[in-house]
Design a binder for this molecule. Structure first.
Ligand code: AMP
Length: 628
């Protein structure tokens, strides 16, 4: 939206601008800093926004995180500071504490060679006394969240009389978060003679109202859309049944060997569910949502930044300001409700000239939203093929063989455990049996209830039956012709001479090959639980007929259920851990309101009852017995 009041509009076009930082008329101190930060060329938004800001104009920058917007306003802000005047000259408002910290860090780096400059971030959750002390000693650039800034203004510990530049960062987000009144009060309290810079990813009506009220003759610098939806991001969607989304996500992670990824969902209550489902499957996932305290947020973020956590699950609002490079992929667990959100989400990957992937898991009722996004971004999002179980097994086998080869070739003490082999021979096992058992353990193949046919939309299945879809969907048979999942059956089949335990046709379980071996740098990953499937699918109404029991399994009654917030992972974790049996050996779990039925192998049933009786699950003491 370009309102009439804006007379000057600069459209920032994609590509590396021809300008250099030296062309921008910056002080030597700043040039030295950008060089040290490794910036070679100004980003498009910097090249176009810095000159008018330096010239004293009010500017609206339509740009999102990842475009270099912080330096676009940070550089001119630093440039105009007179260090001899020891009071706030620039005020930057940010929607979240996290963003305030990030902005202050970036500005600190940019001002490294400007001697005597003082920068302070003030935000809720941090000690106000410490902030007051710091403000008293004379700060030049204050970066704060609206609430805390107001707080300091009311205490008169922050005076804005000498502020000459006011910057609103992620203004749309601040409005969305309900800071409108605070922002208006702050702006009203500032000197008339000032420069007002507003950065926003979207130009909504409320944003335009703010600019009309508080900016003078602003220049609009706008990053065009095809730059927002960067070319180096491979965008693919998968049609997935809602209950199969986690399964499909795991297959994609395995298939593409994704190391660092962001998973977005629309509701904060979903965040915890997805995290739990991923953790249960042995992935290092953590969640970020608005209910976390600042310390928790910092903890989650620092684990993600350092790679301890590979997967960050977040809502759009909570993810605002996350600034992590090297994100391999963004997965849209849900399709966002707003097209701009899609652009924001996928902009987290494919940064700094690297390529990235954006995978969208589309439920049937989300298809229209995907269409809207494509219309909006003018980018065609390709339909992808869900990797089949066989694809994953093939991949794991190839990786396994690589690892074994490497161990044989590089180990100098391969004979170290020969005595174990001898001991197992003495127990009556053949070498072949032992090797097979070890391979099985190493491959970590697990069973779950998802067959390949059970992942996509029903009409996909029909398409397959009728001879395959337009996109070459292979209906779980492994012959991939799509852009993704190009592990052909030929490769995994002929190379290994077996079909990897794939279940033919719809079955309760299909084997999955996603554990034991790490997707993450070949570290051995030990699942927290002997993982089972997504909780909800095991739950059912009390009035449904009990399932048929499998041979060799004994059904146990456990005195906790849904109202104790029990999920399948809790049952599997407790039983597998306490009775020391593999989680994968545990069968059906039916969770009812007040109790749960779980199938365990017949030969360990008594042991399970013995160790679990009177034990606790999720903090609740349980009674357990063989079900009648
Ligand atoms: P931002 O859009 O401000 O969140 O910036 C995203 C990332 O790009 C940050 O890590 C910046 O340090 C980095 N960055 C900003 N400007 C440039 C530039 N001109 N060249 C390379 N990296 C940059």
């Amino acid at each position: 939206m370009t309102p009439e009041i804006i007379e000057q509009e600069i459209i920032v076009t994609p590509g590396i601008p021809q300008r250099t930082f030296a062309d921008l008329n910056l002080s030597d101190e700043i040039l030295q800093a950008v060089t040290e930060m490794g910036f070679v060329h100004p980003s498009p938004i910097q090249a176009e926004a810095i000159p008018p800001i330096l010239a004293g104009r009010d500017v609206i920058g339509q740009a999102q995180t990842g475009t270099g917007k912080t330096a676009a306003f940070g550089i001119p802000a630093i440039n105009m500071i007179d260090v001899a005047e020891r009071h706030p000259q620039v005020l930057i408002l940010c929607p979240t504490r996290e963003l305030a910290v990030q902005v202050s860090e970036e500005i600190r780096k940019l001002s490294k060679f400007k001697r005597g400059i003082r920068i302070e971030a003030i935000y809720g959750g941090d000690s106000i006394d410490r902030q007051i002390k710091s403000l008293k000693t004379g700060v030049h650039i204050v970066i704060g969240t609206p609430g805390r800034v107001m707080d300091h203004m009311e205490r008169r510990t922050l005076k804005l009389d000498n502020v000459r530049m006011m910057i609103l960062d992620e203004a749309d987000e601040m409005l969305d978060m309900g800071f409108r009144d605070d922002i208006e009060s702050i702006l009203e309290d500032m000197p008339e003679e000032r420069q007002t810079i507003l950065f926003s990813a979207t130009m909504s009506k409320p944003i335009m109202t703010i600019t009309q009220r508080f900016q003078k003759d602003p220049v609009l610098v706008k990053v065009v859309r095809n730059e927002l939806t960067a070319q180096n991001i491979e965008q693919v969607f998968f049609e997935v049944k809602p209950k199969a989304k986690v399964e499909v996500m795991c297959r994609l992670i395995d298939m593409h060997n994704l190391n660092l990824l962001l998973v977005f969902c629309n509701q904060k209550k979903r965040v915890d569910e997805i995290v739990e489902d991923l953790q249960v499957r042995g992935y290092q996932a953590e969640g970020l949502h608005g209910d976390l305290r600042q310390a928790q947020r910092n903890n989650v973020m620092s684990k993600f930044r350092s790679g301890v956590t590979n997967i960050l699950v977040a809502t759009d609002v909570a993810a605002r300001g996350i600034d992590v490079d090297n994100v391999d992929a963004v997965i849209n667990y849900d399709i966002p409700l707003d097209e701009e959100y899609y652009v924001h989400r996928i902009g987290r990957t494919g940064r700094a000239g690297k390529s990235g992937k954006a995978f969208s898991l589309v439920g049937k009722d989300e298809k229209y939203r995907l269409r809207e996004i494509q219309n909006y971004t003018k980018v065609r999002i390709e339909k992808g093929v869900i990797p089949s179980f066989e694809d994953i097994v093939g991949l794991r086998k190839a990786r396994f063989i690589e690892q074994v080869k490497q161990s044989i070739e590089t180990s100098t003490d391969l004979n170290l455990y020969d005595d174990l082999l001898t001991a197992l021979h003495h127990s009556g096992f053949t070498t072949e049996q032992i090797v097979s058992a070890l391979v099985k353990r190493g491959m970590g193949i697990e069973k779950n209830e998802f067959s390949d046919q059970n992942l996509g939309h029903d009409d996909d299945r029909r398409e397959r039956k009728e001879g395959g879809s337009r996109f070459g969907d292979r209906g779980g048979r492994g012959e991939s012709t799509g852009r993704f999942g190009d592990r052909s059956r030929g490769e995994s089949g002929s190379r290994f001479g077996d079909r990897g335990g794939r279940s033919e046709g719809p079955s309760r379980f299909s084997e999955r090959g996603t554990r034991g071996e790490s997707r993450f740098g070949d570290r051995e990953r030990t699942p927290r639980f002997g993982a089972r499937e997504e909780g909800r699918k095991f739950e059912r109404d009390d009035n449904r007929a009990p399932r048929e029991q499998e041979a060799n399994m004994t059904r146990l009654f456990v005195s906790v259920g849904r109202r104790d917030f029990i999920r399948p992972g809790d049952i599997v974790g407790a039983i597998a851990g306490e009775a020391n049996i593999p989680g994968s050996s545990i069968g059906h779990i039916d969770i009812f309101d007040k109790h749960t039925y779980v199938d365990v192998p017949r030969d360990v049933a008594n042991r399970v009852v013995d160790v679990m009786e009177g034990n606790t699950i999720k903090g609740k003491r349980v009674q357990i017995e063989v079900a009648r």
